[in-house]
Design a protein around this ligand. Structure first.
Ligand code: ADP
Length: 219
């Protein structure tokens, strides 16, 4: 699902990632842990094509069979919207839109019809036990519900890969555990691969593999 080789990232004179390689199998869930500032978010952003790795001749990034190096910004945006799902610590739902409108947004960007997008959104809402919240605005939802809506939005275009950065960082432990259960249910049902950056020990330990990043390198 992901083959990333010799990934380095430098900001100014700071070497944030130092020749990191990473691979992810289809349907695999990998957690990435490590101290603050280790480079976890930077690596996740590079794997999600939100940032570029430093240009080195040996650097390689292949996601879902697609070679990322050299794609134009426009091609990258389309690839991201069609093939990748993102969940962040703060849900980043648009406050003026309802849950279902938020979920459908990436599908509309892709050109999916309203009818087809809403059908898929309702299936996801059903799966995430939120069918009765479709018409609510984010401010009318609990933190856990908002985050599950964000997960549904990430999945509307049927990505094969979900990337999450501290997805439960803002939730109490009961709500966090419910969200974690959903990640594993989603993987088992839809065969989605996941990379989860987390400080949550129980989520990290439940992953198929747990990797530790320290000072820009695997430890
Ligand atoms: P983590 O997710 O493990 O906490 P990050 O990837 O967020 O670590 O950050 C790693 C290091 O890179 C930190 O020292 C951070 O300050 C630095 N960094 C991250 N993004 C930028 C940026 N856009 N410009 C400069 N430095 C950055």
């Amino acid at each position: 699902m992901i083959q990333a080789k010799h990934i380095s990232k430098t900001y100014g004179t700071t070497n944030v990632l130092k020749d990191v390689s990473f691979s992810l199998a289809p349907s695999e869930i990998v957690s990435i842990v490590g101290p603050s500032g280790a480079g976890k978010t930077t690596l996740l952003h590079i794997l999600g094509t939100l940032e570029h790795a430093d240009a080195h001749p040996q650097t390689e990034l292949i996601i879902d069979g697609k070679t990322i190096n050299g794609l134009s910004d426009k091609a990258l945006s389309a690839f991201r919207n069609d093939s990748l799902g993102f969940v962040f610590q703060f849900h980043q739902l648009l406050p003026e839109f309802t849950a279902i409108e938020n979920i459908c947004m990436p599908a509309f960007i892709k050109g999916t019809s309203k009818q087809a997008a809403e059908k898929r959104a309702m299936e996801l809402l059903d799966f995430l036990e939120l069918s009765n919240r479709a018409k609510h605005k984010p401010s009318e939802l609990s933190g856990g519900e908002q985050q599950r809506i964000a997960v549904a939005r990430a999945l509307i275009n049927k990505p094969s890969l979900l990337l999450a950065d501290e997805p439960s960082g803002n939730l109490d432990s009961t709500t966090a555990n419910k969200l974690h259960d959903m990640f594993f249910n989603l993987r088992d049902t839809f065969s989605i691969s996941m990379v989860l950056v987390t400080h949550n020990k129980s989520l990290a330990a439940r992953a198929d593999r747990m990797l530790t990043l320290v000072d820009g390198q695997w430890s």
